[in-house]
Design a protein around this ligand. Sequence first.
Ligand code: DAH
Length: 358
Amino acid sequence: MDQLEQLREELLAEVANASDSVSLDAVRVSALGKKGRVTAMMKGLGGMDPEARKATGQALNVLKGEISNALEARKTLLEENEISVRLAEETIDVSLPVRPEQEGLLHPISQTIEEVAEIFAPMGFEVAEGPDIEDDFHNFTALNFPPDHPAREMHDTFFLPLKEDGTRHLLRTHTSPVQVRVMQNTKPPIRILAPGRTYRCDYDITHTPMFHQVEGLVIDKAVHMGHLKSCIIEFVKAYFEVENLPIRFRPSYFPFTEPSAEVDIGCSRENGELKIGAGADWLEILGCGMVHPNVLRSSGIDPDEYQGFAFGLGVERIAMLKYGIPDLRTFFDSDLRWLRHYGFAALDVPTLAGGLSR
Ligand code: DAH
């Protein structure tokens, strides 16, 4: 019995001295593990006479319980300590005032997306999102691109490796697949804006392999082209903040809209300088149209009951036009000097009342 008492004291001391969860676990194994000291004594019970076996067995069970409890209590304590230490180390005081000497500016892409969302929000548009890695169905098929149609090539798609079942994912070439995802999951009326990254295998002064678009979609029972036109006109005027900006809708083609149009705004080019506003020239800024019945059908919406319009615009393009940024590639150079020149103060949230870009 003395031997047991000694073991008890030794083990409890070891538990109390364990300073972290790893050494505590080593103590547990050395006491209660398969080859542990208590376990070894349990194994010795078989060789004892019945009287001694009973008494020693009971005492060993009590000891085992006591050590388990001590291990558990120590474990909880150590864990609590570890959490307190981490909390103390990782403290961030969110109430500290902004430090103007600290660099940190909003990229013109973020600013432009905020501005677009700010203009459409009062018209009832909610922001929606979809994945950058898409499947062929959402990026092409559901949007009425026929199989093997050259329009699929038109987009210079980045494909992911072929899977065993013969299909392959791709990087979305436009934000239009978000239309399909939203329609699949939402009962109309629908009014969404989907900003996000898009990808095409192309690189020159006006193309980068990754760029941004904002998609718009409106679906309801009696939505018509007049709604589309007024919505776009309202947007363009608010975004460019130019009085009497000429706007025209020019017939165009997209597989997912019928009829389709491209929207141009007036501009002038004098001495190589592009100026937005009344002038001799036109500049294309977005694509739009009435959602094709095939697209509605593929997305689980009855074209005999619902119709709607969609539009898509390039974020870099409208940012370059508004803020006079000449080269698209500089957007993604991560050059701090560029950001200091073209960036926006993080707390200057664009509002319609306060002026979008001030
Ligand atoms: N997805 C088209 C593109 O990337 C842009 C677009 C055009 C979107 C017309 C639309 C639309 O929703 O109606 O070129």
